[in-house]
Design a protein around this ligand. Sequence first.
Ligand code: CTP
Length: 403
Amino acid sequence: MAADKTLLLIIGGGIAAYKCLDLIRRAAERGYRVTPVMTKAAAEFVTPLSVSALAGTEVHQDLFDLTSETEMGHIQLSRSADLIVVAPATADLMAKMTGGHANDLASTLLVATDTPVLIAPAMNVRMWKHVATQRNLKQLRGDGVHVVGPNEGDMACGEFGPGRMAEPLEILDAVDGLLRKGRLSGRHILVTAGPTHEPIDPVRYIANRSSGKQGYAIAAALAAEGAQVSLISGPVTEPAPHCVDMIRVESAREMLTATEAALPADAAVFAAAVADWRTATETDSKIKKDGSGVIPDLKLTENPDILATISKGESRPSLVVGFAAETDDVIANATAKRQRKTCDWIIANDVSPETGVMGGDRNTVTLITADGAEAWDEADKTEVASRLVNRIIDHLDRETVSC
Ligand code: CTP
């Protein structure tokens, strides 16, 4: 239960505003008090009466209502909560936040506050993918704003893709994560996990045997220590860990885009088994066999190396951890990989079929740093995750002390 915690919920003007009614109920179930604020546009989608009835308190809507001596001023309102949640965060609200606008109650509160802010974006898929929205998203993350979602799926406007607001329970998991105090509170950490799928045609793809278990265990262990975790995952059947921001992708190129969009971060762990190649040409039609016995001549091209790109990029997290999946000369290959990809640490693991690592629950790894190789005993992937997270905490703490 989150006794004595107050959320200032800013409801933006989008169709997803209706989900806020459920969000308020669920928040109350978890023990949060909700102080609702609605933009003018939000009131076109849900009535202030419903919001106020569920929150059990008045809804703030007008900047000028707050200016009289008898009312709570906007500065006080903006700072009276433990967390500000903007849901749905429309493209317009995100743009206002990025620009520091203060021309209505919602935007003024967001500029006046020194309270952490979590946004749950929701908009049409094209608006979400628009270069301006993506630029604003990057800026907001850089300004320390936390982000949950959006999810991919059918949208109210009839299109399909990313842009659907995260579900109320996902938003509350993110809230719980942000308000929980742990050794990684206030840290943002990226994790990539799972395989990638590289389409050959609309029904076939190139993939690998990665289950995502190790990456998911790392994401869960980081979140349990209070980190804000962006888990960028290829297609897996593992359930999403609690309190992480799930970003689901299919291909290596999508994973790179999502990883870049999730920066900046304090640390990044690249546990994904990214497919090295994709087909050189994409086809919208299923490739047919014509019975002649001639097999299709699939030309492959190399995928971007996500770890190397981020590690060598301008927004490099201060700690970059890679994995090395090897079957031969494990330590030598992994050591060379660390240097080639310029990551700080690499976790080498033997993925030969007889080890059962790919898809299994246990792992035997060697941590390779600039100081050399350190073999860890065989352990459950959750135990490997917890050892790694302890090392990450030590590293980030030392870095903070030496700053
Ligand atoms: N990696 C990545 N992008 C790629 C390939 C790999 O980010 N296109 C990352 C993995 O997530 C991992 C590390 O690089 O952290 C090493 O991946 P691995 O599969 O072991 O090596 P490769 O770079 O693919 O090289 P090779 O297949 O030759 O061993």
